[in-house]
Design a protein around this ligand. Structure first.
Ligand SMILES: C[S@@+](CC[C@H](N)C(=O)[O-])C[C@H]1O[C@@H](n2cnc3c(N)ncnc32)[C@H](O)[C@@H]1O
Length: 205
């Protein structure tokens, strides 16, 4: 297949969210806890989390059509039934998601790889996303963010301190380990290379 055929395939076949306001509950059958994995990239965290928490219903959101398409194909091939993929900008998709207070856990692994100031608008973690997560995550539900960039981690902690929906789990903001037994691709690489990872856990008030 030519490059342009492949691009068209990804664009046309990557699973899209429903139009307008939609229910996260209806994306996956059952009553298990709803979880979000925002910007899952190559998708290792989806597979590891689906195995670690088979009772959970995991919604993965990824803006890149190729990655969303490929993760969806691999999940189907391996018969993973508790993950649903939505392709698009998480900031836009979550604005339309319902119901409020339905999500038990949201993970954002190694977000925002853009360094230049002019790319600030691309960053997924910001007031808008945190407000939507504040609406969607249920009281006692968790928000987990991890990164290998120290100053980004400091920014995320500061952003979480500046809002009122979530409270940081530890006084520093950081926790020692990933509490969800699901590594992302970047996390696995950082561990393999012995690089530090900053892990932030917050709980919905
Ligand atoms: C540095 S990668 C990390 C991928 C994966 N989470 C990991 O840890 O290996 C960041 C990912 O977030 C995705 N992303 C960035 N902005 C996004 C947005 N607004 N909505 C959804 N996904 C986004 C990118 O396409 C990319 O796959």
């Amino acid at each position: 297949m030519s490059e342009s055929d492949l691009r068209r395939l990804y664009r046309e076949q990557a699973p899209r969210p429903p139009e307008g306001r939609f229910s996260l509950e209806e994306l996956l059958p059952g009553q298990g806890p709803l979880e979000l994995d925002i910007g899952f990239g190559r998708g290792l965290s989806l597979f590891e989390r689906a195995e670690a928490a088979p009772e959970s219903r995991i919604v993965g959101i990824e803006v890149k059509t190729k990655l969303a398409y490929q993760a969806d194909q691999r999940l189907r091939k391996h018969g993973v039934r508790n993950v649903s993929i939505l392709c698009g900008d998480a900031r836009e998709i979550l604005k339309r998601a319902e119901p409020a207070r339905s999500v038990s856990r949201a993970s954002i692994h190694f977000p925002d790889p853009w360094w230049k100031k002019r790319h600030g608008k691309r960053r997924v973690i910001g007031e808008g996303l945190l407000a939507e997560l504040g609406r969607l995550v249920k009281p006692g539900g968790e928000l987990f963010i991890q990164t290998d960039v120290e100053h980004r981690a400091e920014e995320y902690v500061a952003q979480l301190r500046a809002q009122t929906d979530f409270v940081l789990r530890s006084p520093s903001g950081y926790v020692d380990r990933n509490p969800f037994d699901a590594r992302s691709n970047r996390e696995r690489r950082a561990i393999r290379d012995g690089l530090p990872v900053w892990r932030i856990l917050a709980v919905r008030r």
